[in-house]
Design a protein around this ligand. Sequence first.
Ligand SMILES: C[S@@+](CC[C@H](N)C(=O)[O-])C[C@H]1O[C@@H](n2cnc3c(N)ncnc32)[C@H](O)[C@@H]1O
Length: 382
Amino acid sequence: MNLAKQNHLNYVDRVNMGAYYTKEIYVQTVWEMITPYLNKQAVILDNSCGYGNFLNMPFIGKKIGNDIDTLAVKKAQENISDAVFLNHNALKNVARKQYSIDENQVLFIIGNPPYNDKTSIIRSHIKTFEMSIDNDILTRDLGMSFLLSYDKLKASFICVLHPLSYLIKPSNFKLLENFNKNYQLIKGHIISSSVFNDSSKSMQFPIAIALYKRSSIGMNYRNIVDFSWQVDDKNFKLSDFDDISHYVKKYPNKYQQVKNDDIFFWTMRDINALKRNQTFVTKHSNNSIIIDKSKLDYYIYIDVFKQFAHRVPYYFGNCNVLIDNDLFQKYKKYFILEALNRHQNLRQYFAPFDFSQTHLLDKAKQKITQYFKQLLGVHYAN
Ligand SMILES: C[S@@+](CC[C@H](N)C(=O)[O-])C[C@H]1O[C@@H](n2cnc3c(N)ncnc32)[C@H](O)[C@@H]1O
């Protein structure tokens, strides 16, 4: 039986419970990552186990599965005979005794907990599911609550799939403070959310398969920025790139008065949001920034970045817009030419510029492509 193919929940329940089961190849990746640290005294727990995929591996020690979904647990029990299965809410009354695990046992937590950002706009119309969660691990996202629960269980090692954004978005990283104090990230792969059956294909986001080790040293945001992630045969490190937040402000200033000749830009979040949203807008709103005209070239940069965003692989999706500023200065005139071909109302701010030479547009596009090749190096998506 294919345990990755969840087939007993309808669409709404699947979204609400974050029930997207994991393919065997990623289960194997997790086991490869934990194996160097495992011994047979260890206890392995997947407390959001679905049909039990992650426990369907040979291991001489104790394996425990749990899921809030009774039918899923039943299937897991039918399919896997050498593990113990429980059926409770893993986020309520979190304690080792829920699973009959002694305080002194070495605990490994593996799996793919649900991710379900309650504030997320994608599919928000069907996220109505409320589950009871211990106060000290309550966040706006089920998956972050799961990470905090692993800390409460004092797991020695954790190897789970979770959105990369939990670590690389500073606001998320902060919500995970209690987790970060006690764990170090020691190994990480990145895969695309599109590998999950019927999860959103149009907007892929990066998922980490991350191995954490309990340690009083913990980790800080700098460790994340400097961490080298493995993606297929490449490595990806945030600190290898500069981003636009160092050149323009990302969020609206609600105290700023609007003037007659102001021009506006939609609020920037990350690259995935830029792909969905507008750039220059004609009306001011809570979601728009009043452009500082001395920085108009950087807003043009972002606008052109959106046009070329298909060159940027999915694993940058949660990052700020990337930039190589020195290189941009060299290529700037091509960016202006390309953007102002689409936004003719902005030409007035570049008066000496000659826009009549439309034959230069193809050349501009080629030059911008060159820029993206240099900016992204091995990561440039063909
Ligand atoms: C992403 S699926 C993963 C299932 C399985 N680990 C796999 O990868 O094949 C998440 C699972 O978490 C379960 N779940 C959601 N909330 C839960 C909770 N509070 N306690 C226990 N399980 C929960 C869902 O029922 C679903 O089976």
